[in-house]
Structures are given as C-alpha cells and as structure tokens.
Ligand binder design. Structure first.
Ligand code: ZN
Length: 197
C-alpha cells in the first residue's frame, strides 16, 4: 500500500438535490479523456457510500497531492445556478463522518483537508479542515472529570454508533484497498491521472 498522509474532501460540483452516482462520475471523467473516476469514494445524496478507484491506486482528484492521498467526493456542492454552496444532506454529513472516521482509523497519520486548500477553487464548498479537525482525535475520559474528550470539544456526532450504522463500511474499505473488483461496473483498474474538480 502506498503511503497516505492526506484525505481530501471534494464535491461533485453538481446542483443541489440532483442525484448522481459513482458510475456517472466515472463516465464524465472518461468523457473528459481520463481513464476512469478520479475519486476513491463517493457519498450520494441519500448517504450511500460508493467505492471509486481502489485505495491502492493513485487517485486523480487534486493536482500535486494525488500520490499520497485518498479522494472523497460528496454529490452536490452548487446551488441551482451553479454557484458554490454547501448542499450536504443530513445523510451525507453523517456518512462523511463515518467514512472519514474509518479512513482515519486506517491511516492515523493522514490529515483531513478540503480541495480548496490546494487549488483556487471553492470545492468542497465548506471548510473541511475545520469541520473535521476532531475526527480520529479521541481521548478516553477517565476518573478525572476535567479531562474532556476531543470529540466533545469539537461536538462531533456520536462516532461509536456511526460506524455501526453502516455495518459493511469497514469490510468495504479493506476489500477496496486491495483493489478487488467492486460490484459496480467499469470504474476499476485505472492508471493515475491529473485532474479536475
Ligand atoms: Zn475538488
């Protein structure tokens, strides 16, 4: 497995409320001359997490950062007139926390960022670095009442239950890392590319 020191959050730059899937993004990226979807995971409007490129493969989502990062994309990120807007549904917010928590467990040295930190873009239309700063920083609360958990400080949702709500998430991540063929189509076995959103 390659070294991962960043997890980078993106939006699909599509209008609020419009449903799209990982295989559609795969088709768009191919239409633009790329060999396949550039992201490793896609979070749909209903919170469903779809696998994109295998984690072991270099993604194509953030120029200059692809070789050592994982790319996560939520569907949306624009209002109806295509201006940047944080359009995440409650289900997407929850799934993003679940996915990022699982990825942080897997790559504890990786930091979480928004694409905008590396490019002159609005993507992902919210401040991912600030919002997700507390993910993975869990401190046990012991007998000392003054010792506040980091999750509490950042007011994260209850992460313990979150991973259970998507029971197959961890299995999905570990299978996906190995580059095994997902159930979903054409997107796999691609070469690294430079990109895009
Ligand atoms: Zn992006």
């Amino acid at each position: 497995m390659r070294r991962i020191d960043k997890i980078i959050v993106h939006c699909s730059a599509t209008p609020e409320g419009r449903h799209h899937t990982a295989s559609e993004i795969d088709a768009w990226h191919r239409d633009q001359g790329f060999r396949c979807i550039g992201y490793h995971y896609v979070v749909l409007l209903d919170g469903k997490i779809e696998a994109g490129r295998a984690e072991a493969e270099v993604g194509a989502h953030c120029t200059g950062e692809n070789s050592h990062s994982i790319g996560v994309c939520y569907i949306g990120g624009c209002d109806k007139s295509m201006k940047p807007k944080d359009t995440r549904t409650e289900a997407q917010k929850k799934s993003l926390v679940s996915l990022l928590t699982a990825l942080k467990e897997k790559y504890p040295d990786a930091s979480i960022h928004g694409h905008r930190e590396f490019a002159a873009k609005a993507c992902p239309s919210f401040d991912a670095a600030v919002e997700y700063a507390g993910i993975g920083l869990y401190v046990e609360v012991t007998e000392n009442d003054n010792f506040v958990s980091v999750d509490e400080q950042f007011e994260l949702p209850e992460t313990e239950n979150i991973l259970e709500e998507i029971p197959n998430l961890k299995e999905m991540l570990s299978e996906h890392e190995a580059g095994e063929t997902p159930s979903n189509p054409s997107a796999w076995g691609c070469l690294p590319l430079l990109l895009l959103l």
